[in-house]
Design a protein around this ligand. Structure first.
Ligand SMILES: [Zn+2]
Length: 282
């Protein structure tokens, strides 16, 4: 299937999430100006410099899973405002309308080249992909379903980190998700973490970094604290490519970087390698 065809088969994403006809877009990588549809039809990769633009969770489902196989989980969970943070609920409501999601992660089951998997896909268009109670709960429930069903769990991360409006309840999600992953691992099951731009803060410091495979998209920003904070703390100038996927791969913190166009094929091969006798079929 041509990449340009991938986006014509949307799985429930609202139509307004695609670019309006004729809208122009400047690539953040090379500054070249495109008709936005041209980039969208290339899986949101700049045809000139290969810069990977941000995707919505539904767009990711469309290019990653077998067509029509995705079934979402836990869309009924509602974000509350436990600390009484001013205008928090209203802001969440705006992002719900904007993205068609109930929170900053979409979870569900589907087939990856015929193989059953459970996926969680974070969406940075929703409160910068930050992790509050509902994001942590959705991810944990998805992991637990994968464990019960005996299938691999795959996550695409994109996050500004733990959500400050829920304070310590957000931080607790780091431990909760990590414990669920430990149980998944103890059941002998596969976990693949795919880090996309940007993956930072409490998400990078918990489930994003503890995959059996930690894979990233090219040039993704991955880190815990921001560059300026670190420079001020260690009183040193950091290298230009610090916190890029390429830097992390070079320093042994990632297993691979896959171009978005090859992500589905490569991850499907990894999953197949980990099924019983699968290495004989790859
Ligand atoms: Zn470009």
């Amino acid at each position: 299937m041509a990449i340009r065809d991938l986006f014509s088969k949307r799985t429930g994403a609202k139509e307004e999430k695609s670019f309006p006809a004729g809208m122009m877009l400047k690539c953040p990588g090379c500054r070249k100006i495109y008709v936005a549809k041209e980039v969208e039809q290339n899986a949101k990769v700049c045809p000139h410099c290969q810069h990977h633009l941000k995707m919505t969770a539904y767009e990711r489902v469309d290019i990653f899973l077998d067509e029509g196989t995705f079934e979402s989980f836990d869309n009924h969970l509602k974000t509350t405002n436990p600390l009484g943070f001013p205008s928090y609920v209203e802001k969440v409501e705006v992002d719900k309308q904007k993205t068609g999601l109930n929170e900053a992660v979409l979870t569900g089951r589907g087939l990856l080249k015929g193989q059953p998997v459970v996926v969680a896909i974070m969406d940075s268009h929703f409160r910068m992909g930050s992790m509050g109670s509902v994001v942590g709960e959705k991810i944990t429930r998805a992991i637990e379903r994968a464990t019960i069903e005996g299938v691999p769990f795959i996550i695409f991360t994109a996050s500004g980190g733990a959500r400050m409006q829920e304070g310590v309840l957000s931080l607790m999600q780091m431990a909760k998700t990590s414990i669920a992953l430990k149980r998944h691992s103890e059941a002998g099951l596969l976990y693949i973490s795919i880090l996309t731009h940007p993956t930072t803060g409490g998400v990078s410091a918990s489930f994003a970094s503890i995959g059996d495979y930690n894979i990233a998209e090219p040039q993704a920003l991955i880190g815990f604290a921001g560059r300026r904070v670190i420079e001020q703390t260690v009183r040193e100038k950091l290298p230009d490519d610090f916190q890029t996927a390429e830097f992390l791969l070079e320093h042994g913190q990632l297993d691979a970087i896959f171009h978005r166009h090859e992500m589905r094929d490569k991850v499907a091969t990894i999953v197949k390698l980990h099924t019983e006798g699968g290495f004989l079929n790859v």
